[in-house]
Every structure is written in C-alpha cells, then in structure tokens.
Design a binder for this molecule. Structure first.
Ligand code: GLV
Ligand code: MN
Ligand code: MN
Ligand code: MN
Length: 420
C-alpha cells in the first residue's frame, strides 16, 4: 500500500515549493553574495507569523492543531484507530541568524505535504499521523538548540533554560511566556508523548548526496555533540603603559587556550569537529588590555568514547594552558551519538527503492531533534541533497524536484509505519 501510485502522484511539487517560498518571506534577508536567506529567530513575532501561516494551511486541510508548554506545535491527521500511538514527523521553523530557506522548515512543510497527499489520495492508515514543529532547534537566539525536543522527551525539564538570555538580555522564560500569551487561543496539550515512530525530513547540509548523484539519504544516525562556554577573567590595563609581564590579558590567554585545544582536537582522519564560533571580548576597545573573554566550543564526534574523553579533557587542557586568568568552563549541551532504528530506516530505504530513487545510507553531522526522540520510539531521518552542501547560509538551496522526491519518500514511509 505504501507505494500506491495515487499517493505518490498526490504529492504536489509546486504546492510544496510555493509554501516554502511564502514562508521564506517571513524574515527574508539577502546574503553577501545576493542569495535570498532567512533570519527567523525562535519565539519572535516573525516566528509566530510563520506558525500562524502553517496553522492556516493545516486548518484548511482539517487537521487538529495543538501546542504544548514549551511551544512545540502539532498538526494531527486521524487514523482509523484514534487510540493508536501516532507516527510523528516534522522538524523546526526557526533559523540561524544568517540562515537559508530550507534548514528545518522543509521537514515541517514536507510533513504537511505528505499528510495532504495521504488525505487527497484517500489512503487510510490505522495510526494517526502528527506533524510537529519543535521550538528552538537552532539555538541561535537561546542556546543550546533542541530545547523543544529535549523537553518533549523529558531529557530535561522545560524550565531548564529559564535564565538563558538572548543578545538583548531577554530570557528564554520571558520570551516563552510572551509567546504562550500570543498563542493562548490555541488548544493546549500536555508535554511529551509516546509516538509509535518518528521520522524527520531535512536537507543534508553536507555535500555527499549531490557529489554522489543520489536523490535520497537514508540517515543511519547522528554524531554526538558537546557545547561549552569558556570564560577567562583577567584585568584591564592601559595598552600603552602596562608592562606585558604584569598584564592579565584575557585575549592572550584565549589564544593559549585555543592553541592547546587545537592540539587536543587534532585528528588525521578528519572526522572530529571542533569549532570556536563565538568570541566576546571586554571592554572591546583597541587601547585597553581585555579583562574578560568568553568563547564558545562546539565539539562533535561519532564515537561515544572519544566524545566523552576529549570533551572531558577540554577543561583541564584550558587550565594548564592559561597563564594569568581565572578560568570557568560550563557545559551547556551534551548529546551522545545515536543510531537510528531499522524499523524506520528500512521503511525509508524501501520507499526510495520502490520509487526508483537513488539512495545512500549516511550519518548526520548536524544534530537534529530526532537525536532526542531515539530513546522514546523507533526514529529515523530522510535527507535530500542541497547545492554544494551549503547550509546555515542564505545560499542554501535544494531544487523543487529534489524536495518533492523527499516528500514522496516521506509520504510512503509514513503510510508504511502508520499501518504497523
Ligand atoms: C544544528 O543546526 C547544528 O548545529 O547541527
Ligand atoms: Mn535544521
Ligand atoms: Mn540548522
Ligand atoms: Mn540543526
């Protein structure tokens, strides 16, 4: 039944593309190369506008809309057995500050497209199918990412991030309270659940599918991630008069720390990922020795033992490298590597094969909400190619046809799982 030709034909490439382009207007930015990108931070008025647009499409289809206490948004299509655990699909609607038009949002719109095709083709499933838009996957405004899925999975309580502030000093709690007021008219549901399975569609955000001319990525799992904030505290001094030997220069200690970390994180196989992506310097003037530096660490590896060993070595490495400053290291995100369930990966593979699509099994280098669903239910992901592997960039691009192929595989996968 999953390859029913009427279901595949009901997936509408133009409709899916038009929805993506309409959503891309909400937070539209232009990249340095002229590319049309999106900056739509979570829990902002723009985010709410995008959610209202999605809700209007869902209600037009007759889906039931609900939200939970952390703002995760659900669109429900009924099966023949209302008591059966639903199959859940979706992704996120927030973007990076310099984001593209597809990261996250395509997984939500593909879910909607798949459900619409299932309804229009008159395909019955036993289980309900729910499309979810998770709150704050990116962590661009409030770090870390994946707060919505972590709370849903009870990996962390939903008040864990209350004090996390954005660049304007607005806390996550304040933004969430304001958001919930603005969505008070929506139906509220309890946090959490036990889906039968979870499938997330996403652009690859890497170059492999395009390079190997594949239509579909059958995602095998996600590598582990650990995020840290490092704070170095020294003392301000006059740049023209203070002898270097007497300084407590936080910038110089940061250089010592990062140099030592680069040595720790050296990997001839080029699998390890180590990034210092954000640096704040105080007082940030050219003729004053800096007294405070805060920098972030994003460290990722597919091997659990190495993720733990190298991650645990970060703080001692910094402490032994730094000469003059006080050191604070705070870990703010820790996601172990996960492997996806054959129940889902086999269904994705079978759908791609049945539709004559070229596929590749591959792991994900980016983290996704799917990572936190693994302990709850059989979980998997579907990737589609994106141009040159570019993502977190306005130049991010996937073709309408590539996205439609992904939505067709998603539709068939959902039907297969929802009849189990
Ligand atoms: C999420 O966007 C990530 O950084 O992998
Ligand atoms: Mn994403
Ligand atoms: Mn992203
Ligand atoms: Mn992501």
């Amino acid at each position: 039944a999953s390859t029913a030709p009427n279901l595949i034909a009901a997936v509408d490439e133009g409709r899916q593309w038009d929805r993506l382009m309409e959503l891309a207007k909400l937070g539209a930015i232009t990249g340095t190369d002229g590319s049309p990108g999106v900056n739509r931070a979570c829990l902002t008025p723009l985010d709410r506008e995008a959610r209202r647009l999605l809700i209007s499409w869902a209600e037009g289809l007759g889906l039931t809309v609900s939200v939970d206490e952390i703002g995760n948004l659900f669109l429900r299509h009924e099966g023949t057995d209302a008591a059966a655990a639903p199959v859940l699909t979706g992704s996120h609607m927030d973007t990076q500050p310099n984001g593209g038009r597809f990261d996250g949002i395509w997984g939500v719109i593909a879910g909607l497209e798949a459900v619409q095709a299932i309804r229009e083709a008159g395909v019955q499933t036993k289980r309900p199918i729910e499309v979810v838009a998770w709150t704050n996957e990116e962590g661009g405004r409030f770090a870390p990412g994946c707060m919505g899925s972590m709370a849903y999975a009870h990996y962390k309580p939903s008040n864990t991030w209350d004090a996390v502030a954005d660049h304007e000093g607005v806390t996550f709690r304040q933004a969430l309270d304001e958001h919930r007021k603005a969505e008070a008219d929506l139906h509220h549901r309890p946090l959490g659940g036990k889906p039968f399975a979870y499938v997330e569609a996403h652009i690859e955000q890497g170059p492999r599918l395009e390079a190997e001319a594949k239509d579909i990525g059958v995602v095998t799992g996600i590598q582990g991630s650990r995020w840290f904030i490092v704070e170095l505290r020294g003392e301000t001094a006059h740049a023209g008069t203070a002898p270097v030997s007497l300084r407590k220069d936080a910038v110089q200690d940061m250089i010592r720390a990062i140099t030592a970390l680069n040595a720790l994180m050296t990997d001839p196989t080029d699998v390890l990922r180590f990034t210092v992506g954000q640096i704040d310097v105080k007082p940030n003037t050219s003729n004053t020795v800096a007294d405070v530096v805060r920098f972030t660490i994003d460290f990722r590896h597919p091997d659990k033992e190495l993720l733990i060993a190298n991650g645990d070595a970060i703080e001692p490495t910094i402490r032994s490298a730094v000469k003059n400053c006080e050191v604070t290291v705070t870990e703010r995100f820790h996601a172990l590597p996960v492997e996806f369930d054959p129940l889902v990966t086999d269904a994705v593979q079978a759908a791609a094969d049945a539709q004559g699509l070229a596929s590749l099994a591959l792991p994900s280098g980016a983290f996704h909400d799917a990572q936190f669903m693994v302990p709850l239910c059989p979980t998997g992901m579907i990737f589609v190619p994106c141009r040159k592997g570019v993502s977190h960039n306005p130049a991010e691009y996937s073709e309408p046809g590539q996205l439609a192929a992904g939505a067709r595989v998603l539709a068939a996968t959902l039907v297969e799982l929802a009849n189990r």
